[in-house]
Design a protein around this ligand. Structure first.
Ligand code: PEP
Ligand code: MG
Length: 952
């Protein structure tokens, strides 16, 4: 080993560039140069924390190495050795010293985290001599040989290019021969034999011996880590994450510490606060005389961190103090890994810890109270998804803990759709659908789901699958329908045989019909029921505080879509500042009203024709010249008689009058619940056939009656007549047919009735001394003339009501922007609208040319699953297409009418990403379902804060 010895003794040249930083020479700001991990380790070291000593070779050195034909830049190796010697001096151990060997890890660490993409080597420094030192120091031969065989395996694969399978097959063979399953079952002797076999494999496959010289090991390992920056998987990862390819990785060389050096050693993981409840207490686990891996392999049962207080009181208090310091330093709850080696505590890592929704909210609010973070930071600490989760039923944390202690935790899969679902495990969609319809709580368990399972998924409380990821069919559909989902649980040891009707997990077999509980927020699967918490918004005090701060920060208003007084009241309780969409058709669908609505629709065409003829005759008479007066009078009389004698006109008028009264009551209730807040009421929108009996059913019924010879019966006549009208109203594409303002133009009396009812309800409230601010919305406008015609008619009605009342009755007229043409001609449309509301459900349908009902059932979910579309555009607003139209509409509309009020009332109004877009596009408010109002308040605040950040 002449070359390395020579390198070892080379003097450090004094005037070279600095390539290597000891941990006490760096800090958190040096991520570019030291990478994320190196900067973090430096920061901890400088904060005075006990970090294992080590150093970082810079990203700059990596770049120079790669640019330099894979040669270390001048001075780098010497500086590496110099740093190493300083580490040796600090630890009293030496690389390659058989008595007291220093072992190191060599880890990659780029500026941006690239988990698992580059290489790490552990236990470097081992050879047959230092191994003996390790045996002596640990008193554990098995551990030492295991460390050595792992080192050869890792180094052989990563540095020397030996394929993993060669090592794996030897390891499997060793276990097989002894009839064992786990690596940990192998004895020191077995491992010693493996070490020899592994070395032979390296010689055979790499054509050179496994290096014994620790300095050569180190040099080769550094080269390998540098080289791994350009490995195909790292390259692909950077492409996917938009990370530049020219950054390079730093290399961290860190002293290895071992937790299995006796009863005064151990290893653990702890959080500075309880990550489940958010409580301010040290929370975690510790294992005496063990390595982290032993805990993962489940061969050692960890104890609670608090027990450390008795077994290692000094370590415990030091650790508590460090935790507090780290939390203060990073100003967030920390998730820390640590090892105790012979009574000495080492911090291996610290990072902001993952947390449940409840904990996120509690911690954010409490940390603000403690002066640790500002209100703005508190708002950014909570994800909108946390708010959703907090308002969903969830499992009681204590009950879950107990279930875990009872061994009822079966598996852990992917947390694909949040919430808690307890029910009988059912293995086929048909059976789940049948039981679900009968009110039974079921969880559909499948190997994976496909479109044929959707009816079962809808009927189930939740879905559990063995295979599939976050965008698998099960996950996408579950989120779509608000079902709980744990997906891909086979990685957590769950195997489903859905044909045989059972699954196995956690050493148990669960048969069809047994009760299971799945937690879609954590991915856990439990046997048996677990106590649920049904959240009450008014009791979520921390959330209420946080949302109060959100209201101070956000610019966007948050309104709600609500059709009934009870929904309106709920929305106000959740913090809604108005109603952005009251869909009046929902009132029509109520069972006792339907006959009246049908009467109105069935008589609408004929009734309108005769009534329009009557008013045309009146107009004619008004402007007629004297000579033709008698003729005009006669025509009017005829028109009057035709109308008076028409059953259709009578039905139409009666139905409208009765519905008008009912609607006045409806609007009174909603407006009263809104306590004077702006309330956008949309005039009738859907195609009328939705209120009528089905054409196909009527056809079957009349055909059957004819076959039975019942054509003379009264019922047959009635049905045949109905069929004729329904046939006449049939459309090929009703969603693009006679609906929205088109109805208002053809059958104006319906809109007139609604506007009268709205204003009279409002008047009633004003007369009671209450406030009322209705805003009347005309749907589906595509051409300015549509709006003009409808508005002119309705303004007359409004004026009439105001005149009759003899007092001010405030109201506004506005329109929905929900077809592309409306967005593109928004400048013209704004002349006749005091407000716009983007109906992004229809705008998405018409922009993409997808019929939502068909698309979601037939192909859209597959599109998302296969990555054809990044998301379902009916859930997350498509910024490039639909969003572009929204922006055009905002710009054009405000050019015409600078004070134009603009909102959104499609379902996107409750989606955080879409809300951010609405903020950026300059909308005034978002409107969403009452339950999404709290989420929208937070998301709107975060959008405002993100903008401030950007402008900094
Ligand atoms: C819309 O199109 O976005 C909208 C709110 O109207 P609807 O969903 O009732 O068609
Ligand atoms: Mg619409």
């Amino acid at each position: 080993m002449a070359t390395t010895t020579q390198l070892n003794t080379q003097p450090l040249s004094s005037n070279t560039h600095k390539w290597v930083y000891l941990f006490n020479e760096g800090n958190a700001k040096m991520r570019d140069l030291l990478g994320g991990k190196g900067a973090g380790l430096s920061e901890m070291t400088n904060a005075g924390l006990p970090v294992p000593p080590g150093f970082t070779i810079t990203t700059e050195a990596c770049r120079a190495y790669l640019a330099n034909g894979k040669r270390f830049p001048e001075g780098m190796w010497e500086q590496t050795l110099d740093a190493l010697h300083k580490v040796e001096a600090e630890t009293g151990k030496r690389l390659g010293d058989p008595q007291n060997p220093l072992l190191v890890s060599v880890r990659s660490g780029a500026k941006f985290s690239m988990p698992g993409m580059m290489d790490t080597i552990l236990n470097l420094g081992l050879n047959s001599d230092t191994l003996q030192g390790l045996v002596k120091l640990t008193g554990n031969e098995r551990f030492a040989y295991d460390a050595y065989r792992r080192f050869i395996q890792l180094f052989g694969r990563i540095v020397m290019g030996v394929e993993a399978k060669h090592f794996d097959s030897l390891l499997d063979k060793a276990k097989e021969e002894k009839g064992m399953k786990l690596d940990t079952d192998l004895s020191a002797e077995d491992l010693q034999k493996l070490v020899e076999q592994f070395k032979a494999v390296v010689q055979r496959e790499a054509g050179r011996p496994f290096p014994d010289d620790p300095y050569e090991q180190l040099r080769l390992a550094i080269e390998a880590v540098f080289g791994s920056w350009n490995s195909p998987r790292a390259f692909a990862y950077r492409n996917a994450q938009d990370i530049p390819h020219d950054l390079g990785t730093a290399v961290n060389v860190v002293m290895m510490v071992f937790g299995n050096m006796g009863n005064d050693s151990g290893t653990g993981v702890a959080f500075t606060r309880n990550p489940a409840s958010g409580e301010r207490e040290m929370y975690g686990e510790f294992v005496v005389n063990a390595e982290g891996e032993d805990v993962v392999a489940g061969i050692r049962t960890p104890q609670k961190i608090s027990q450390l207080q008795e077994t290692m009181p000094e370590v415990y208090s030091r650790f508590g103090e460090i935790g507090q310091r780290l939390e203060n330093h990073y100003r967030d709850m920390q998730d820390m890994e640590f090892t105790v080696e012979r009574g000495k505590l080492y911090m291996l890592q610290t990072r902001s810890g993952k947390r449940t929704a409840a904990a996120a909210v509690k911690m954010a609010v409490e940390m603000e109270g403690e002066g640790l973070i500002s209100k703005e930071e508190a708002l950014q600490r909570v994800e909108p998804g946390h708010v959703v989760q907090l308002l969903l039923p969830r499992y009681d944390e204590g009950a879950k803990e107990q279930a875990r202690n009872e061994g009822r935790l079966l598996a852990k899969g992917l947390n694909a759709a949040p919430g808690a679902a307890t029910g009988r495990a059912i293995f086929t969609a048909d059976k789940a659908a049948e039981l679900g319809r009968n009110g039974e709580a079921v969880v559909l368990v499948r190997e994976e789901t496909n479109p044929e399972d959707v009816h079962g998924m809808i009927a189930a409380k939740g879905v559990l699958t063995a295979r599939g990821g976050a965008t698998s069919h099960a996950a996408v559909v579950a989120r779509q329908f608000g079902k709980v989902c744990v997906a891909g649980a086979e990685n957590g040891g769950l195997h489903v045989d859905d044909e045989a009707g059972y699954f196995t997990a956690g050493g148990r077999t669960v048969h069809e019909g047994e009760v299971i509980s799945i937690d879609g927020t954590t991915g856990e699967v439990f046997l048996g029921p677990i106590a649920l918490i049904e959240p009450k918004f008014e009791e979520e005090h921390d959330l209420i505080t946080l949302l109060g701060w959100a209201d101070e920060v956000r610019r966007l208003g948050v309104w709600a879509n609500a059709d009934y007084p009870r929904d309106a009241s709920k929305a106000v309780a959740f913090g809604a500042e108005g109603i952005g969409l009251c869909r009046t058709e929902h009132m029509f669908f109520e069972e006792e009203r339907l006959p009246l609505v049908r009467r109105m629709i069935l008589s609408a065409a004929e009734g309108t024709r005769l009534l329009e003829a009557l008013s045309a005759a009146r107009e004619e008479l008004e402007g007629v010249e004297e000579g033709r007066r008698a003729q005009a009078e006669e025509a009017l009389q005829k028109a009057q008689e035709a109308a008076d004698n028409s059953q259709a006109v009578q039905d139409y008028r009666d139905a409208l009058a009765q519905l008008g009264e009912i609607q006045q009551g409806d609007f009174y209730g909603v407006l009263k619940a809104m306590e004077g807040k702006p309330t956008v009421i949309r005039l009738l929108d859907p195609p009328l056939h939705e209120f009528l009996p089905s054409h196909d059913e009527l056809l079957v019924q009349t055909t059957e009656m004819r076959a039975r010879g019942e054509t003379e019966s009264e019922e047959y006549r009635r049905k045949a007549q109905l069929l004729e009208i329904v046939s006449g109203m049939r459309e090929q594409n009703p969603m693009l047919g006679l609906r929205g303002c088109r109805l208002g133009i053809l059958y104006p009396a319906i809109n007139e009735m609604q506007v009268r009812a709205i204003l009279q309800a409002s008047l009633q409230l004003l007369n009671e001394g209450l406030e009322s601010h209705p805003e009347i919305m005309i749907p589906l406008v595509g051409h300015v003339n549509e709006l003009k015609v409808v508005r002119d008619i309705l303004e007359d009605v409004a004026r009439e009501v105001v005149e009759e009342a003899g007092r001010e009755v405030p109201y506004k007229f506005g329109t929905m922007i929900e077809v592309p043409r409306a967005a593109l001609t928004a400048g013209q449309i704004a002349e006749y609208a005091e407000f716009f509301s983007y109906g992004t459900n229809d705008l998405t349908q018409t922009t993409y040319g997808y019929s939502r009902d068909d698309a979601e059932g037939k192909f859209l979910l597959q599109y998302v699953e296969r990555g054809v579309l990044p998301e379902n555009p009916f859930q997350v607003l498509d910024r490039e297409g639909v969003g572009r139209l929204v922006k055009i509409g905002v710009d054009e509309g405000r050019k015409t009418r600078p004070d134009l009020k603009i909102g959104i009332c499609g379902e996107h109004g409750g989606d955080p990403s879409s809300i951010q877009f609405c903020h950026q596009a300059g909308l005034d408010y978002v409107s969403c379902s009452p339950y999404r109002v709290p989420v929208a308040r937070l998301a709107a605040a975060q959008a405002a804060l993100a903008e401030v950040e950007k402008d900094k």
